[in-house]
Ligand binder design. Structure first.
Ligand code: UD1
Length: 365
């Protein structure tokens, strides 16, 4: 029997999106298989997520690893094509905006009878310097079915001339994982284990090239976090890219006021966000998770492709261009604003049922 749906994941932010989708495909008895491209491969960036999200092992592991954008994308394409030649699925489902997303969409789009579905379609930062923006726009252009997480996404796609017939609003599939696993995450009592008082600390993640590959930008952000630590403990789980840049730029001394850790697993990060007084990040996923958890978030980016997190009142964007004082003041203001009870303002379709709607959309076409 051939596989009807091939699902692709490659990097950390993909795993919490494909986990509920694989479970929903399984429940619907649709034959499916997972491809892991291997874009992320460290135990803390990949294996921990398979364990925490209770995911089946990938059927195909492409093992591409790290490289320049062009080489990484090309390696994924070369390794993915034979999978499709052998399986000839009806659908290839790609999620998010990482290099693996675009690489697999491009391969599938050139093969007769295979259709591409993009989960998290239509998000736009309108910042073409971000590799993710290039990946998003091109993946959407190549996809037959565009599955959107929020109303703004549809507007963006229609404005770009995408046929509205191909757009289906399904809501935010990442929130399916969050709602399912939050009780398990809470039961870990992680803040206490780390010596942190629930509601009395900030948690920060940084990994965008625009923030961490520029020595002056990285210096000012770490400087602001260090000064924030005079008010509340600041926990900084560090992405491997960020750790490498701190070493390369000789910024280790700026880490001293911070509680620096290795990247946390999915459950740990959920538990730590829920009990935090503040999230400071450049991650798209954390902007969304903190919104559902009602925790104030400060985003260190020029623009966000997730504007709904700002309009519901949990997320604020740092004044641009960022300065050390500007980041500190915005962080303190967000801290003082406190938690937000979303109630009925929770974004539509962020309800734990997006994966079912995705399977329905795939099955009905
Ligand atoms: C990628 C995604 C980004 C996503 C992020 C989450 C693209 C263009 N970017 O960025 O959208 O938000 O993942 O983490 O796809 N490294 C390791 N071990 C790993 C993975 C990476 O050491 O398991 C190091 C390597 O030095 C590598 C660097 O991190 O060169 C960057 O990894 P890469 O996958 O190219 O991009 P990310 O910055 O992780």
């Amino acid at each position: 029997m051939t596989t009807e749906v091939v699902v692709v994941a490659g990097a950390r932010p993909n795993f919490m999106k494909v986990a509920p989708l694989l479970a929903a495909l399984e429940r619907s008895s649709v034959s499916h298989g997972l491809v892991h491209t291997g874009q992320h491969y460290d135990a803390s960036m990949s294996d921990a997520f398979f364990r925490d999200l209770e995911m089946p092992a990938p059927r195909w592991h492409l093992g591409v690893g790290s490289a320049s954008h062009a080489v990484q994308t090309a390696r994924v394409m070369e390794a993915f094509e034979p999978v499709l030649v052998a399986e000839r699925p009806r659908w290839v489902v790609v999620v998010g905006d990482v290099n693996s997303t675009l690489a697999c969409a491009l391969v599938a789009s050139k093969m007769a009878d295979i259709r591409v579905a993009h989960v998290e379609a239509g998000l736009r930062s309108n910042d073409w310097r971000m590799p993710e923006e290039v990946n998003r726009v091109l993946t959407d252009r190549l996809s037959h079915l565009l599955l959107t997480p929020s109303p703004d996404a549809r507007d963006n796609l229609v404005r770009e001339g995408i046929d509205p017939e191909r757009i289906v609003f399904v809501g935010n599939v990442m929130i399916d994982s969050l709602l399912r696993l939050l009780p398990k995450a809470r039961a870990m009592r992680l803040p206490a284990t780390l010596g942190l008082e629930p509601g009395g600390y900030a948690v920060s993640t940084l990994h965008r090239p625009s923030n961490v590959d520029d020595p002056e930008r990285l210096r000012l952000i770490l400087g602001a976090l260090g000064r924030l630590a005079a008010r509340v403990p600041v926990l900084l789980p560090m992405h491997p890219r960020t750790r490498a840049r701190v070493r390369e730029f000789g910024l280790e001394a700026l880490l001293e006021p911070l509680l620096v850790r290795e990247p946390f697993g999915y459950l740990e990060m959920l538990a730590l966000q829920e009990a935090a007084a503040l999230v400071v990040t450049d991650s798209g996923g954390l902007q969304e998770e903190s919104t559902v958890l009602g925790v104030p978030c400060l985003t260190i980016r020029e623009s966000t492709e997730r504007p709904v997190t700002v309009t519901v009142g949990t997320n604020t964007m740092v004044p641009w261009p960022p300065t050390e004082n500007g980041v500190l003041e915005a962080a303190l203001a967000a801290l003082d604003r406190g938690r937000v009870a979303l109630g009925s303002r929770a974004p539509d379709g962020w309800d734990g049922k997006a994966s079912e709607r995705i399977v329905e959309a795939l099955s009905s076409r």
